[in-house]
Write a protein that binds this ligand. Structure first.
Ligand SMILES: [Zn+2]
Length: 219
């Protein structure tokens, strides 16, 4: 264990930003080797490669500001930290790039998927929902003990997106904005472990229909 920590420390001192950018296309990206700044710099690269910057006329400065704001608000807890947020966003990126999922979702879905992934654990305190509910913590009271942290993360993300310095959404039409918001909130609330099994069931049904060629993508 100690040897592993030492080995990671040594590797960390050797890796460069260029290596991180190169690894963006790999599902084996070595997240733990890169510092927050390097991971942050990979985000606009992914947006660019997915065509989102051009499609939604996203101001890169504002995108960088938003990502920095997210990273600042991710606590330095062992798991739910900025590396985890980046990891989930990057996994979404890999799925979008390497599968045919784009035949079934549009650019608004892609945007909300990435932003939702980045913010899905925003300001996570390192404790779980039961802890807050049993404590009768103000956050649990505010969200009536239902998906307490997930509601909190979605709320925090909405707050960051509302800051004019983070306004990456000015290029979206009112209809796109509505779909974007609905989609990232649903995605973040869906990360509650209680919902995991039913969501996987639905997902498997869709996959089965696609394989059997009975899936209606207009529905
Ligand atoms: Zn998470």
């Amino acid at each position: 264990m100690l040897e592993d920590v030492e080995r990671i420390k040594e590797l960390k001192s050797k890796v460069s930003r260029e290596e991180a950018v190169e690894e963006i296309e790999s599902e084996h990206m070595r997240y733990l080797l890169y510092d927050r700044k390097t991971l942050r710099e990979c985000v606009p690269v992914m947006f660019e490669r997915l065509g989102l910057i051009e499609k939604f006329k996203i101001d890169k400065e504002k995108l960088n500001h938003l990502v920095k704001d997210v990273s600042i608000r991710m606590k330095r807890v062992p798991y739910h930290n900025f590396t985890h947020a980046f990891n989930i966003m990057h996994m979404c990126y890999i799925i979008i790039r390497k599968t045919h999922i784009r035949d079934y979702i549009d650019d608004v879905d892609v945007l909300s998927c990435l932003i939702g992934a980045l913010g899905h654990d925003l300001d996570h305190p390192g404790f779980n929902n039961i802890y807050f509910v049993k404590l009768r913590h103000p956050i649990a009271l505010k969200f009536n003990d239902q998906g307490v942290l997930e509601n909190y993360h979605a709320y925090m993300l909405t707050k960051l997106l509302s800051d004019p310095k983070n306004d990456i959404l000015s290029g979206l039409s009112p209809e796109e904005l509505w779909r974007f918001r609905k989609s990232y909130i649903e995605a973040i609330l869906g990360t509650e472990m209680l919902k995991h099994v039913p969501i996987c069931g639905k997902f498997n049904d869709v996959v089965k229909k696609i394989q059997e060629r009975t899936f209606d993508k207009t529905n």
